[in-house]
Design a binder for this molecule. Structure first.
Ligand SMILES: Cc1cc2nc3c(=O)[nH]c(=O)nc-3n(C[C@H](O)[C@H](O)[C@H](O)COP(=O)(O)O)c2cc1C
Length: 509
């Protein structure tokens, strides 16, 4: 009898303990997973803790095989949480591996400045230039992301003074609640600025672009994870608020075609970007692309010269870039990597004598300060991060964005899941992650003896070419001199330069 009573008390005590833990989990605001999955969610943290030990036993197994390794995720989470980053014992990377890259430090390093550098975006035809941070939130639409994720990213951007790109899904009320700087993107669907027939609506565009919070406007040509492919939002997902944001009818299938209606030639592209700038009251206007054909990039350069005005910025996205949903073959097999695309655009602009007025942004797995500085050495002026920012906002890389069952409430429209994401806490994390990464990039540059990011060159980045040879990017790749294409194109560029025409895009030739 006494034993049975003790058993009941024991069960009762465990039950009370579990109930107390569940209550605590539901009320705390730091961990989205625990708010969403009280009690059982602790298993995730337990697994996280014991995984390194397990890994010792199963060292041969690839535990990660996912876009972002465990180490990269840990780096992002720690920065987001403000955890001290110093690590004991030394690198775990194989620094002798072929393909391993390193930055060149100076024998006489500098002190890092107190304030991070910024870069002015806005060419001669732009009357309202924008001072861009070195790391910003890359384009991700409301629709792909939850309202709370958008709020957290935008509030983080407001706290840290960096820019938040809306993605092509329109400017939602959630982008506007916290006042963070906005890059307003439109894609082939012209969401937020479209007529009933899906054409571009200039007056609607003017109205939204005139909002003070919108700092620049961007035209998406293509995205690294799915270049050349459009998108469909099924009618069931076109809720009232998505419909209001995109300016499309509720419950009706919403299509982003693969191609733009507003231009079909390089000249028309440049004219349209200039029109966007004019409609935006002189704010910087540019476009984003994943590079496909070098001839087409050169054709755009010729069009810029012919039209006599330039985009204020070009954002180069790498084929390693992310998406909420894309066909696997497109993710894996289409488009240039960021390294190749970035160097192509940078070189083309330099060679065509256009680089001085056009800023280049770069996106594609920028997560740490090393990634950021590497992209600057390859020709970028600033960088954007999408998935790293999602992780700072609580994404655990469950890779279920396309199912609407995101466990962290970041990439879902399910209200119950999204509610678990605490905007206050996650905006602080986004802010801390961005700030710590940029500060670290400034420290790296100081160690490289560089005061201004513009001083970085391809000679600052070296790669193990073989087991016996390390060469710098300045040596491995060809870098054009300013105006070289106009004067005397080198033989390696002459054919593509000759093929490029401002009157048509040619694709692969
Ligand atoms: C969930 C999600 C949604 C995205 N939506 C857009 C979009 O609407 N427009 C766009 O230009 N790029 C979009 N992208 C691509 C990112 O802006 C970025 O270019 C790409 O993911 C590379 O950055 P990352 O490697 O830091 O993720 C999206 C990416 C993700 C992960």
């Amino acid at each position: 009898m006494a034993l049975r009573n003790a058993g009941r008390w024991g069960v009762g005590a465990v039950g009370a303990g579990v109930a107390a833990l569940a209550t605590w989990d539901l009320l705390q605001k730091k961990h989205t997973i625990l708010r969403r999955y009280p009690v059982v969610g602790h298993l995730r943290y337990l697994m996280e803790d014991i995984r390194p030990e397990l890994q010792q036993y199963f060292i041969e197994r690839d535990w990660d095989g996912r876009p972002y390794s465990r180490d990269t995720r840990a780096l992002i989470y720690e920065r987001a949480k403000g955890v001290d980053e110093e690590k004991p014992y030394g690198t775990e990377l194989d620094v002798n591996r072929i393909g391993h890259e390193h930055l060149v430090h100076s024998t006489t390093p500098l002190e890092a400045p107190d304030e991070p550098s910024r870069v002015m975006v806005g060419g001669p035809d732009c009357s309202r230039p924008y001072s861009m941070a070195l790391l910003n939130v890359s384009a991700m639409s409301f629709g792909a992301l939850s309202a709370n994720a958008i709020r957290a990213l935008n509030k983080g951007a407001a706290l840290g003074g960096f820019a938040h790109d809306t993605g092509e899904g329109g400017l939602s009320p959630y982008h506007l609640e916290h006042g963070g700087d906005i890059v307003w993107e439109i894609g082939t669907g012209y969401f937020g600025a479209r007529t009933d027939d899906g054409d571009f609506d200039p007056e609607m565009f003017r109205e939204t672009a005139s909002k003070d919070q919108v700092k620049t406007v961007s035209l998406k040509l293509s995205q690294g994870a799915k270049p050349g492919v459009g998108g469909v939002l099924p009618g069931a997902k076109v809720t009232q608020e998505i419909a209001d944001t995109r300016r499309v009818p509720v419950g009706v299938k919403c299509v982003s075609p693969p191609s733009h209606k507003v231009f079909s030639t390089p000249t028309e592209l440049i004219e349209f970007v200039a029109r966007m700038r004019e409609l935006a009251g002189g704010k910087p206007a540019g476009f984003k692309l994943c590079v496909g054909s070098r001839v087409d990039v050169l054709a755009i350069c010729k069009a810029i010269t012919e039209v006599g005005t330039a985009p204020d910025f070009i954002i180069v996205d790498g084929s390693e870039g992310g998406t909420g949903a894309a066909p696997l073959e497109f993710e894996d097999h289409v488009g240039m990597s960021l390294t190749e695309g970035l160097m192509t655009v940078h070189n083309a602009l330099v060679g065509a004598g256009l680089r001085d007025t056009i800023r280049i942004g770069a996106s594609g797995k920028v997560a740490g300060a090393g990634d950021l500085v590497k992209r600057l050495t390859q020709g970028a002026d600033y960088t954007n991060a999408a998935r790293a920012m999602m992780m700072a906002a609580g994404c655990i890389q469950a890779q279920r964005c396309h199912t609407d069952k995101c466990p962290s409430g970041v990439a879902t429209q399910n209200a119950r899941r999204a509610r678990a994401l605490d905007v206050e806490d996650k905006s602080e994390r986004v802010h801390r992650y961005q700030r710590a990464t940029v500060d670290e990039a400034m420290r790296l540059m100081a160690a490289m003896g560089v005061r201004d990011p513009a001083e970085l060159t391809p000679a600052h980045l070296r790669r193990n070419e073989s087991t016996t040879e390390t060469r710098s990017y300045a040596e491995i790749y060809e870098w054009l001199a300013p105006g070289e294409l106009l004067d005397q194109p080198p033989s390696t560029w002459a054919r593509d330069w000759a093929l490029a025409s401002p009157d048509h895009f040619g694709g692969a030739r």
